[in-house]
Design a protein around this ligand. Structure first.
Ligand SMILES: Cc1cc2nc3c(=O)[nH]c(=O)nc-3n(C[C@H](O)[C@H](O)[C@H](O)COP(=O)(O)O)c2cc1C
Length: 227
């Protein structure tokens, strides 16, 4: 084992090995600190979007992260009959048409799997998540990819990821009985194996926007981004 560089002088034959060891240690340390961040935005609007501003603020906290952006304002297609048939056909038996039907889903899942941190900005629309966001969920929740069936029930396959969701809402308080978004999102990410789901909310903007935004910004600034 190479303890420190002084040993290089004592045991010359180990010099090359030790140098490699030290280099690997540095690389491992650096890699661990560099976040692979996927930022998803679900608001239909760009100008003045509170959820986008919050997700940008969260993303900016992850200094040095490699960032991939997925903007759902450019709507994803709904899953269709070909997609469902392909999804339930064993990989080796899929037709060219079925493979083509799953190609976007494959890309979205690869993007999702590559990230260790997923930051999502989403409005509340009609007491739930926007259809654009649900379309993304329908594309990425796939047996054999993000969860699997076992004898004891479904098990999530995505481990070690962190999801931070920034909500913007006019009058619906996040966590209240008319919020049909937050419980669902905690469940569906948990279903895929992700239990580390945090919320930041600028809710009740129509009642007191200033206080709501200040509290949301404080929550963002308090996020632990060291892990
Ligand atoms: C189609 C639509 C439906 C909405 N439904 C709700 C709702 O059910 N509850 C609520 O609190 N706000 C609702 N709002 C208000 C938005 O959540 C609020 O304007 C939010 O700031 C939008 O997010 P954004 O600023 O990121 O675009 C709705 C807005 C739109 C456009």
């Amino acid at each position: 084992m190479c303890i420190n560089e002084h040993y290089l002088f004592i045991i010359p034959p180990f010099v090359p090995l030790c140098k490699v060891y030290i280099a690997e240690q540095k690389t491992l340390k650096d890699t661990k600190m560099t976040h692979q961040l996927l930022q998803i935005n679900a608001s239909a609007r760009k100008a003045g979007s509170v959820s986008r501003a919050l997700s940008d603020r969260i993303t900016a906290r992850f200094t040095g992260a490699t960032i991939t952006k997925r903007d759902l304002a450019t709507a994803l297609p709904q899953i269709n009959e070909n997609w469902v048939g392909a999804n339930f056909t064993p990989v080796d038996d899929r037709s060219a048409e079925q493979n083509a039907g799953l190609a976007l889903s494959d890309d979205l899942i690869a993007e999702f799997k590559a990230a260790d941190t997923i930051v999502i900005g989403t409005p509340i629309y009609n007491f739930a998540i926007p259809a654009a966001f649900k379309a993304w969920i329908d594309q990425v929740v796939r047996a054999g990819e993000t969860f699997t069936y076992t004898e004891t029930g479904p098990v999530g396959l995505l481990k070690g990821k962190r999801v931070i969701i920034a909500f913007a809402a006019g009058g619906t308080a996040i966590g209240s009985e008319i919020d049909f978004a937050s419980n669902y999102l905690r469940f569906i990410f948990g279903f895929m194996g992700i239990s580390d789901v945090q919320f930041v909310q600028a809710d009740q903007l129509a009642i007191d926007a200033e206080t709501s935004l200040a509290a949301a910004n404080d929550s963002v600034d308090a996020l632990n981004v060291a892990a």
